[in-house]
Design a protein around this ligand. Structure first.
Ligand code: UD1
Length: 380
């Protein structure tokens, strides 16, 4: 069975790692790793390959940053010849980034089977680029692997047949479990303490990169209003995404953020340093999807600075609360954490470190079945 794995952006890397490791255990599987080049900075990309032990990509399409249309189109143009040359049995895409949908479209038009890992998640907010990517990718996939029951329900509701859908748990949690002990040896906290960034015991971790939050000066300023209050109580560590960093300057918010003496801007962090921070923080504030899930697993209170989430299980049984960008609501949620009034937290079913194992087992079973049928056809 020849399988092409696709990655493009930072959040794809922790998802693909356990799948590649699992495939390697099966001699009958031949894997090829293709990187679209959507993310390219060492801190957004290379560092994660090294830390997670992901093999170097067999091919890097080197597409880089551009508008959504140009980036998607360039990935499609560069990926088509790769599929034609290598003729895989299946192509596996993960998550919801532009690379996911671009490669998915190429694959189905060439009649190759498409597998989507992290299928079925829906925010029901079509202004989010990722929501469009999710809906399109799911609608053209042949096998869909879900992380939570809501994903299965959404796909069935959209008319996707039951046989294609499998609830397998979360490959991102496979990676977290595999690396939690290593992350305890990261020295990031000691380094930050040395820089005077960790006055007092407690600290918050902040990440922000969604266009809806960081491209709009009014919304970004409202979030800063809340942070101004929170940082009076505890340090806020803010590893900053390149697009957010660029926007601070262009939106004229850089002086304001510099004025928040206990909010500390950091370069984007590697996987292990970031995990050390999130697993020891008092609270995490974020607009990321994956971090809502990682904090749920870690049982660290998470305040999501968005109006909705495509990962409802993190709110239903996990540590997440979606509060939007109203400063009052953010501060109220923060105060609930500080006063110990946060809800009970639980880990979702099947988030047990074995998702990749389940995925590869199902892929092999399906492939054997298809092979058996085609051999029977040849013999008759
Ligand atoms: C992308 C994904 C998003 C994911 C996020 C994680 C889409 C539509 N969005 O958003 O779902 O949560 O990755 O980071 O696919 N840049 C760099 N260096 C890099 C990569 C990007 O400086 O290595 C800067 C560039 O200025 C670029 C901007 O970040 O224009 C945005 O990058 P892009 O890949 O378009 O989207 P992200 O915001 O990273």
């Amino acid at each position: 069975m020849k399988i092409i794995h696709v990655v493009g952006a930072r959040p794809n890397l922790m998802k693909i790692a356990p799948i590649i490791f699992e495939c390697k255990k099966h001699g009958e599987m031949e894997s090829l790793l293709i990187h679209t080049g959507q993310h390219y900075d060492d801190k957004m990309n290379g560092l994660f390959f090294r830390e997670l032990g992901i093999p170097e990509p067999d091919i890097n399409l080197g597409v880089g940053s551009a508008s959504h249309a140009v980036q998607t189109a360039e990935i499609m143009k560069a990926f088509e010849p790769v599929v034609l040359k290598h003729r895989p049995d299946v192509v596996l895409v993960v998550g919801d980034v532009n690379s996911t949908v671009a490669c998915g479209l190429v694959v189905v038009k060439l009649g190759v089977k498409l597998v989507h890992v992290e299928a079925g998640l829906r925010s029901f907010d079509r202004s989010m680029p990722e929501e469009i990517n999710r809906v399109v990718t799911d609608s053209i996939s042949d096998i869909l692997f879900c992380t939570e029951q809501s994903g299965v329900d959404n796909l069935l509701h959209e008319g996707i047949s039951k046989e294609k859908i499998h609830l397998v748990g979360h490959v991102m949690i496979d990676t977290l479990l595999r690396n939690l002990e290593r992350a305890r040896h990261s020295v990031i906290l000691e380094e930050l303490r040395g820089r005077g960034y960790l006055e007092g015991g407690n600290f918050a971790v902040l990440t922000l990169h969604r266009p809806s939050n960081v491209d709009d000066p009014v919304i970004f300023s409202r979030i800063l209003d809340a942070l101004e209050i929170i940082h009076q109580d505890m340090s806020i560590l803010f590893p900053i995404h390149p697009r957010t960093c660029r926007n601070l300057a262009t939106l004229g918010l850089d002086e304001r953020i510099e004025g928040l003496s206990r909010l500390h801007l950091l370069e984007p962090l590697g996987y292990l340093d970031f995990l050390r921070l999130t697993s020891t923080a008092k609270i995490v504030l974020t607009d990321s999807g994956g971090i809502q899930e990682e904090t749920t697993f870690l049982k660290i209170p998470c305040i999501t600075l968005r109006e909705n989430t495509e990962r409802p299980i993190t709110m239903e049984i996990g540590s997440n609360q979606v509060v939007g960008t109203d400063p009052e609501k953010i501060v109220q949620a923060y105060r609930r954490v500080i006063s110990g009034k946060w809800r009970q937290m639980a880990v979702p079913p099947l988030w047990d470190g074995k998702a990749a194992e389940r995925i590869v087992k199902i892929l092999l079973q399906k492939y054997e079945k298809v092979n058996r049928i085609s051999q029977n056809v040849l013999m008759t």
